[in-house]
Design a protein around this ligand. Structure first.
Ligand SMILES: Cc1ncc(COP(=O)(O)O)c(C=O)c1O
Length: 407
């Protein structure tokens, strides 16, 4: 048989689990904005400010000194030690043996899932939720059930009984993100206690995404004292270090380091050898000079982070006030993270609405449906920027509603 007789192959495809992943609806809205000259983007979860100079300087110095080589899979010793000190101060004694450095939060989530779940495993996630948490276990063949927060007079609330009922003994892993993206919901200490006790009873892993733990406003008034005023309630406050709890964290939000790709995991020491193998086969390590910048962030960044939280709180309150003047908008100030997740006229088809807003008035916000079906009816606005820009955005929102005749 000559080569020309061979059947023409069908177009190659990725495997089914990958093809079934949901594409990002935030990207879909951003794509609709291509060609629009002047877009005000509030759709991504990052500040408009650059990483503080002392962190950039530490990276430059490390590069100048030649920190260009592979490191230990679990991170350089000074960063693991600095993180152990930081976590100990916020959440109780934690040794470096419980810390692994990762290539940011999203890689930490992938590693945590790879440690714990496999094909056919049952995973439960509290939603609405940043889509990566729900999609990552699916890449590994797991089956994800969701338990929805509900929106009412007191903002977003968890039905604890419903969550506990969903955490059946055959569940492998619970995914909780608190403070939550997109809603800003924060799980209370009592809820965490009940969930931890239940998961202990049934041997269920808790993977807690706490990347927004420092962006917590409930007690963060100037002059507030005590460890918990500096952070949202954490599973690390309650759990022993060697039980089935994996906490994921990141430098992206509290030190404005989104582009650096640096994060960490707090996990039982008994997992670390296997976690090291997974890091090896995923990324091998985070870059050395980036890790050295992380040491500077931890050792010198506390004042910066505390000031950032006060700024974010002021921005949140400013945007809540401004949006409250827009007829048809229902918005409440949430206790954590850096988003307002609110309803407005037309939001029952949030993807179409957000595409229209970017096309018609250059206002870029994220559709609630990007965070799962439970997010439909809402839009997400990241308020991590200066208030003049927030005001300009609100003006565009008003113009959009006026053009549509809904205002
Ligand atoms: C809930 C949540 N977890 C994790 C991350 C990961 O952030 P990074 O990979 O930049 O650390 C994000 C980013 O927006 C997030 O919103």
């Amino acid at each position: 048989m000559s080569e020309s007789d061979l059947p023409v192959p069908t177009l190659p495809n990725a495997r089914d689990a990958v093809r079934a992943l949901r594409p990002s609806q935030i990207r879909e809205v951003a794509n609709a904005g291509f060609g629009v000259a002047d877009v005000l983007p509030f759709w991504f979860g990052e500040s408009d400010r650059v990483t503080p100079a002392f962190i950039r300087d530490a990276a430059s110095a490390a590069l100048a000194a030649g920190a260009t080589f592979y490191t230990h899979n679990l991170g350089i010793a000074p960063l693991r030690a600095a993180l152990a000190g930081y976590v100990s101060e916020l959440h109780g004694t934690t040794s470096p043996d419980h810390i692994a450095v990762t290539s940011a939060g999203v890689n930490a989530l992938m590693l945590a899932a790879q440690l714990v779940v496999g094909p056919g495993d049952r995973v439960v996630a509290v939603t609405p939720l940043w889509p990566n948490l729900v999609e990552i276990p699916k890449i590994l063949g797991a089956h994800v059930e969701t338990v929805a927060l509900s929106y009412g007079e007191r903002g977003w609330q968890l039905d604890l009984e419903q969550l506990l009922a969903a955490l059946t003994p055959d569940t492998k892993m619970l995914l909780v993100n608190s403070p939550n993206n997109p809603t800003g919901w924060v799980m209370s200490r009592d809820e965490q206690r009940a969930v931890l006790a239940h998961c202990r009873r049934h041997g269920i892993w808790i993977v807690a995404d706490e990347v927004y733990e420092r962006l917590y406003y409930a007690d963060a008034e100037p002059g507030a004292r005590g460890a918990h005023s500096r952070t949202a309630p954490s599973f690390l406050d309650l759990a022993a270090r060697d039980e089935r709890v994996i906490c994921v964290n990141s430098f992206s939000k509290a030190w404005l380091m989104t582009g650096w790709r640096l994060g960490w995991i707090v996990a039982p020491a008994s997992l670390m050898d296997d976690l090291g193998k997974l890091v090896e086969y995923n990324t091998s390590c985070a870059p050395d000079f980036v890790q050295q910048a992380g040491v500077a962030a931890i050792q010198q960044g506390e004042r910066f982070t505390q000031d950032l939280v006060l700024d974010l709180k002021a921005s949140r309150d400013h945007l809540v006030r401004a949006l409250s003047t827009v007829p048809g908008v229902d918005v409440k100030a949430p206790p954590g993270a850096m988003y307002l997740f609110f309803s407005m006229p037309g939001a029952s088809h949030s993807l179409e609405l957000c595409k229209a807003m970017v096309r018609d008035v250059g206002l870029g916000v994220a559709p609630g449906s990007a965070f799962g079906p439970q997010g439909e009816g809402f839009v997400r606005w990241c308020y991590a920027c200066d208030t003049a820009r927030l005001d300009a955005g609100v003006e565009r929102l008003k113009r959009f509603l006026a053009q549509r005749g809904t205002h």
